[in-house]
Design a protein around this ligand. Structure first.
Ligand SMILES: Cc1ncc(COP(=O)(O)O)c(C=O)c1O
Length: 562
């Protein structure tokens, strides 16, 4: 994912010489180089104070301690971040309150922040994820209005800049009450070990931050506060002091690589490229795109890996669904945007040493992997004559782009091929002959094979016998829908085996009691979804809206991949 060696080779002489100087001086802890680096970084950032510390996680924790946040205080942040952001909140006994993110920038959705504010809210922690800033101008307005602190988690965004409405520009981490960053080796400004820094323009807060990072001590061996020991060592400061001179060129190299990725992948079906909000620059700590939900992301990663290309999923599980954070009472479904991103994001290699050839190779392989890892939904429709099956099929075609595979058309093809007159009798005759010659599920099996070989979601209409149902239900990506005019589903008694256990009403389906398609017991997975509301079409003299609504709700509720 990164090429730290290639980067080091280019500045080896400078780095080695600075490291030697520290070793010669033996001032390993709090040496003069640490102060020098802090000053240089403060100048680069355009802020009054830089307090270096052990890592980005410490930076966040020390910040929350310095602001005097107390157990029970609420801190608003995002569920789509690296664990450290929320870990320190929990460690200090504070309560994280999550706000969902924007689907395009992956950063906190500012339109949802105010609804999460309570009398116990003390701070907002926006995360500038993957290298672009959250909407800091709006966040500061909200914080000012409600008297809240803002701690920016700029661990992934050093050097990114926000442009305010008045045209002024400020660097990520210098806009809130406090900002934090990490010098983890792979970060845009990375050292050769662990390191972090805290930014503030407030003199009093800066004093508290320094004291807390130094065992709560403001005068040597006098400890006014309970603090921590968190220091950037001199060797790391020396390395960072050299690399800081290159930070802007490193960020530019990342931006160029990101542009190139976007050019190479533009218009690629199944991929949504990262977008940059108009008020911020993006320093592309990560180049993170999304693959469509009907693309098997694991398979894409496996194919990339086989071609020698690393890829990562940052992050596969949103914080509110992490076991350690279950006690805060959130559950799957609470933050749908973050949850969807966890299912779909994919980060490609991104660093300062990317070449055109590398990126061409990566994107060529990615395109192949994406187009060959698409999974499609295949739905089979069953139901009594006149129940509304055809109406559902038409709707799936029109609204959701399904392709229709019809038993009737298949039989007609076969009848014509045999030079017979196409009518009900000849269809029945041919169907019976085919079933006798092959298997009872032969006709629908053929349709399934056709459906599976094309790239679109497909609907097979209609499925008639238990044999057909069993055969199709054994396939991984098949789901059976019953469309029936009778809410009691009398039809299932006639057709579906084990109907008492297999019956899932539309309502219980929506209450998440639907039959899982992964069941290995074929007797227990006959019917997946019942569009019981089909009856309204007929009772209400063609009220199609209710039927369409039922289909829409089912389409939303079923996973895109199964
Ligand atoms: C968003 C975010 N916050 C906090 C951290 C913690 O930084 P560190 O690893 O230096 O403790 C990281 C580091 O990966 C991060 O990406």
């Amino acid at each position: 994912m990164v090429d730290l060696k290639g980067q080091y080779q280019k500045i080896k002489e400078e780095i080695d010489s600075e490291i030697s100087k520290v070793i010669d001086s033996t001032a390993f802890i709090n040496g003069p180089i640490v102060k020098e680096f802090q000053q240089n970084l403060a100048e680069y950032m355009g802020c009054r104070h830089v307090i270096t510390c052990g890592n980005g996680t410490d930076a966040l924790q020390i910040s929350m301690m310095a602001l005097g946040l107390q157990p029970g205080d609420e801190v608003i942040t995002t569920p789509f971040t690296f664990i450290a952001t929320v870990e320190v909140v929990a460690l200090l006994g504070l309560t994280p309150v999550f706000v969902d993110v924007c689907p395009d920038t992956y950063n906190i959705d500012v339109t949802k922040i105010e609804a999460a504010i309570t009398p116990r809210t003390k701070a907002i922690v926006p995360v500038h994820l993957f290298g672009q800033c959250a909407d800091m101008e709006r966040i500061m307005e909200i914080a000012d209005k409600h008297g809240l602190y803002v701690i920016e988690d700029a661990c992934q965004a050093i050097g990114a800049e926000v442009t305010f409405r008045d045209g002024s520009r400020r660097k990520a981490g210098t806009i809130g009450t406090i900002g934090c960053t990490s010098f983890f080796p792979s970060k845009n400004l990375g050292c050769y070990g662990d390191g972090g820094a805290i930014f503030t323009n407030d003199d009093d807060i800066a004093t508290r931050l320094r004291g807390i990072a130094n065992h709560g001590s403001f005068v040597k061996y006098h400890h006014d506060l309970v603090g921590v020991n968190s220091r950037l060592d001199s060797i790391q400061a020396a390395i960072l002091n050299v690399k800081l001179r290159y930070l802007d060129s490193y960020n530019t190299a990342r931006q160029k690589a990101a542009d190139r990725y976007c050019q190479l992948l533009s218009g690629c079906a199944g991929i949504t490229l990262p977008s940059v909000a108009p008020f911020t620059t993006h320093v592309f700590h990560q180049f993170t795109l999304c693959v469509d939900e009907n693309i098997d992301r694991n398979q894409v990663q496996e194919k990339l890996k086989a071609a020698g290309i690393p890829s990562m999923v940052y992050y596969p599980v949103p914080i509110h669904e992490q076991k350690a954070f279950a006690k805060f009472g959130c559950k799957a479904g609470d933050f749908p945007v973050a949850e969807k991103l966890c299912r779909t994001v994919l980060s490609l290699p991104m660093h300062t040493e990317m070449t055109d050839e590398m990126q061409k190779y990566i994107t060529d392989n990615l395109k192949d992997a994406v187009s060959s890892s698409r999974t499609i939904r295949i739905i089979g429709i069953t139901g009594t004559l006149g129940a509304g099956k055809g109406t559902v099929v038409e709707y799936l075609k029109e609204k959701y782009g399904f392709v229709h595979f019809s038993v009737r058309d298949f039989l007609k093809e076969e009848v014509l091929r045999r030079g017979m007159e196409p009518n009900r009798d000849s269809f029945t005759q041919v169907a019976n002959e085919l079933r006798a010659a092959h298997t009872p599920s032969y006709v629908t099996d053929c349709l399934y094979e056709r459906a599976a070989q094309q790239p679109h979601d497909a609907v097979i209409e209609s499925i008639r016998t238990p044999g057909e149902i069993d055969s199709l239900q054994a396939r991984g990506n098949f789901q059976l829908w019953a469309v029936d005019a009778d809410p009691e589903i009398r039809y299932r008694r006639a057709v579906l085996r084990n109907s008492e256990t297999d019956h899932v009403t539309y309502e219980t389906f929506l209450a998440n009691e639907r039959r899982e398609m992964t069941s290995t017991d074929p007797n227990k997975q006959n019917l997946s979804v019942c569009i019981a509301r089909a009856d309204t079409v007929f009772q209400n003299n063609g009220d199609l809206a209710a039927l369409y609504q039922a289909v829409d709700e089912v389409m939303q509720a079923i996973p895109k991949k199964y």
